[in-house]
Design a binder for this molecule. Structure first.
Ligand code: BG6
Length: 483
């Protein structure tokens, strides 16, 4: 593994922000220590604030400490971090000189990763300044990592793509969706393409429905400023849930590499001609109780307009018009202030064609087989199947085969650790390609454009709004989830 990690500089824009402190610094430390490549990386932290290298190294030590990392090795590693203050509109010429000086000092060949841990408004200016200072090219490789959200809608995503492509080639660009870094999300491909037992049934002949659920128990917290203009569709669906859907629905790629996998994911998106607005249900949480604690409604959160119509829940029925999926509904749903945090994909098989068992009132007692893949927490999967209850008269009951990640494996790497490692080793498989991000916006844009789509209230701590339309009754029942 060490052989694939070249000597390089990792340059973080937005170095004094929350993401750098909470995720980037601890993940980079874990990567270099676990792979024994500490001497192959140095970091240049960039932000407007005036600070010395020494002062920033103290910030880095605190961030490692907060992540449970202490000791002499951690302190030594911080000495490989340099700090460069760059004003908001200042050119990057000074930064380039610093980069070249650090490289010359360390004898590094000029490989550079630039990470934009910045608010989206700062993306265009930073990208332009990188290009103007000729930091888009280097003696070695140059990679650009862009945090989400990539655009606010289809037009802005397209514009941002055009602008990045003025300076960088697509194979230099790493667009982050942190869901793709989750081990259990990557396992979707292993589960499907390493287990023909499931893959041969993974189609319209055998499957009844696919339900993708990302439930959060938290509310909007201190992020109302951003969330009010985003809403649930931009915040969770256009990116994370759409990515999950493409991984569940894609065809087998010819190989396990970035081009093949991303081609297949784009094909899924292209096969969705239209999302029917009638099949979209929005909700917004009102006051209620989560985990036994009273919580306020969305309207009473700090920074939320009293008459806000921003949805915090959405349930959608999506049709994929492909030979594999025609007629199999994909139900996506996600919301804040639901009863508990869980992300699951439930794949329900078609029922037995003829029922030869009879329940007490002559009904068919057989339940459909379901595979439930739990992405977080309690990572693992479960297969529900029917068994005969011992004794007579013969009866049928549902049991589970389960696989528990945490019981089987010692550690599950964190999403950012996986993604950053892929950046420094040059693997784009888990990053969203330019055409893919636009296809995804294309899908949701007509729904974002709906002006008066109803937003139904739901009490915090419930599974979303009650809905009467029978087409949408799929989440009025208890969702198909692992209990
Ligand atoms: C982020 C959203 O992208 O994902 C947040 O902006 C959301 O609103 C978060 O809470 C969920 O991520 P995770 O990894 O906790 O499931």
């Amino acid at each position: 593994m060490a052989a694939t990690c070249d000597q390089h500089l990792f340059v973080i824009f937005g170095a004094t922000g929350d993401l750098t402190r909470r995720k980037l610094i601890p993940s980079l430390y874990r990567i270099v220590t676990e792979n024994h490549v500490a001497d192959r990386m140095a970091i240049i932290a960039v932000a407007p604030r005036e600070m010395t290298d020494g002062e920033f190294r103290e910030v880095a030590k605190t961030s490692l400490h907060d992540a449970g990392i202490d000791g002499a090795d951690a302190a030594d590693w911080c000495d490989r971090i340099f700090y460069q203050s760059v004003g908001r509109d200042e050119s990057f010429d000074g930064l380039r000189e610093r980069i070249e000086a650090v490289e010359a000092d360390l004898g590094f060949p000029g490989n550079r990763a630039f990470y934009l841990a910045l608010p989206p408004v700062a993306f265009p200016g930073t990208i332009d300044r990188l290009g103007e200072a000729r930091l888009n090219r280097s003696p070695g490789w140059t990679r650009l990592v862009i945090e989400k959200p990539f655009g606010h809608d289809l037009a802005s995503a397209h514009e941002l793509n055009e602008q990045v492509h003025e300076h960088f080639d697509e194979d230099q660009i790493y667009r982050i969706d942190h869901y793709l870094g989750k081990e259990t999300v990557q396992n979707l491909l292993t589960f499907r393409f390493a287990n023909p037992i499931f893959e041969t049934s993974w189609n319209r002949d055998r499957l009844e429905a696919v339900e993708i659920t990302v439930a959060e128990d938290l509310g909007v917290g201190s992020r109302a400023g951003y969330y009010e203009s985003a809403g649930v569709l931009r915040d969770m669906v256009q990116n994370h849930l759409t990515q999950l859907m493409t991984l569940v629905a894609m065809e087998a790629p010819p190989g396990f590499n970035a081009t093949s996998i991303r081609n297949e994911k784009v094909q899924v998106l292209e096969s969705i001609t239209r999302i029917d607005p009638e099949h979209v249900v929005y909700g917004q949480y009102t006051a209620g109780e989560v985990a036994g604690e009273p919580v306020v409604g969305y309207h009473d959160e700090d920074g939320v307009a009293p008459d806000s119509r921003t949805p915090t829940f959405v349930g959608v029925k999506v049709a994929i018009d492909s030979w594999r999926w025609q007629g199999v509904p994909f139900y996506l749903r996600t919301g804040k202030r639901l009863p508990r945090r869980t992300s699951q994909i439930a794949v329900t098989f078609k029922p037995a064609p003829v029922c030869i068992f009879h329940g007490e009132h002559d009904e068919c007692p057989i339940k459909p087989n379901v595979v439930v893949l739990t992405l977080q927490p309690d990572e693992g999967f479960q297969l529900r199947f029917e068994v005969k209850t011992p004794g007579s008269p013969p009866n049928v009951t549902t049991k589970h085969f389960t696989f528990d990640y945490n019981a089987e494996f010692e550690t599950i790497p964190l999403a950012y650790q996986t993604l950053l490692f892929d950046v420094i080793t040059g693997d784009q498989t888990l990053f969203v390609r330019g055409d893919e991000v636009e296809e995804s916006w294309r899908l949701w844009q007509p729904i974002l454009d709906l002006e008066d789509h109803p937003v139904h209230p739901y009490a915090a701590g419930t599974w979303g709004p009650a809905v009467t339309n029978p087409e949408l009754a799929f989440w009025t029942d208890e969702w198909t989830m692992r209990t």
